[in-house]
Design a protein around this ligand. Structure first.
Ligand code: PAF
Length: 284
């Protein structure tokens, strides 16, 4: 396993691999690695000759300073987990100044309507921060492909839009959501929850499954109302931020009737104490 902090060294390493006709994949992470990340790395390894994992808690994508402070940082455990599970990986763990220099600031991107819904609406500036770090990582690492989980489905669409805007030559691959046996979507933030809280948080996935079952039986307005009410009436642990049914391509929320020719997904963001959890499901 090669571990680099220095961007010049990772750049040189990947350049050499590319000269030798190796296909290079990138799995960008913010650390606190878990089985969900390992499944992304496995998919990257299936499609690429060499895989780079970046571990970097990106300050510009946090709209809340206490969320940034509390974000789990477990670099030693992360490196051990990678070593236990994979033979040869290239790890990039830059410092904040290696990426941002003196100016820890986001660039502004024209993501359009995609960035205005859901996460974009509730986390001001979040996607500009995500765009800023990924644009820089793609420039530094210069991978052929980059892998992202569908748990952050809106982020996946934003990253596809980013490479269209920046014209960076990297193929963006979306990977299925990795779940605990309970159904709870795997997330680094789950590390901040106790066992009994993790159990209660599975309510999110159960609601998504119910929404899928109910899809098409009522119009979107009534379904949305029904599931929002369930958060108030059927449990008292999670605080719902949003339940949304949206067009899977444009993320435009659906207010009324569904169009049979289009694909839809249901999205949830909810707080478990001060831990913000998100999840989504394909409805059709
Ligand atoms: O999904 C994440 O963990 C982050 O948003 C990413 C893509 C690593 C960018 O910091």
């Amino acid at each position: 396993m090669q571990v680099y902090q220095d961007k010049q060294r990772i750049q040189d390493t990947v350049q050499e691999l590319r000269r030798n006709q190796q296909i290079v994949g990138l799995v960008p992470t913010m650390g606190a690695l878990h089985e969900g990340h390992l499944s992304l790395i496995r998919q990257a390894k299936e499609q690429c000759d060499q895989v780079v994992i970046s571990i970097f808690v990106n300050p510009t994508q946090f709209n809340n300073s206490s969320d940034l402070e509390k974000y789990p940082r477990t670099i030693e455990a992360d490196l051990s987990l990678l070593k236990e599970n994979f033979k040869d990986l290239i790890i990039f763990t830059p410092t904040v100044s290696e990426i941002y220099g003196e100016q820890i600031k986001s660039e502004n991107f024209e993501f359009g309507a995609l960035a205005k819904q859901m996460e974009g609406k509730y986390r001001d500036g979040h996607f500009d921060g995500v765009g800023t770090i990924l644009k820089r990582l793609f420039d530094i690492v210069n991978p052929h492909k980059a892998f992202f989980g569908e748990k952050d489905y809106q982020q996946l669409l934003i990253v596809k839009k980013l490479v269209e805007l920046t014209r960076q030559d990297v193929e963006i691959i979306g990977c299925p959501i990795s779940r605990e046996v309970s159904g709870l979507a795997r997330s680094s933030r789950n590390k901040r929850l106790q066992e009994n809280e993790l159990k209660k948080a599975t309510f999110i996935y159960n609601i998504l499954l119910e929404a899928k079952e109910n899809f098409g039986t009522e119009n979107a307005f009534l379904l949305k109302e029904k599931f929002e009410n369930k958060f108030k009436e059927d449990q008292d642990f999670l605080e719902l931020e949003y339940f949304e049914i949206a067009n899977a391509e444009t993320l435009e929320p659906i207010a009324e009737d569904f169009d049979k020719n289009l694909k839809y997904r249901a999205f949830i963001a909810a707080f478990a104490n001060d831990v913000r959890l998100i999840d989504n499901i394909a409805l059709n």
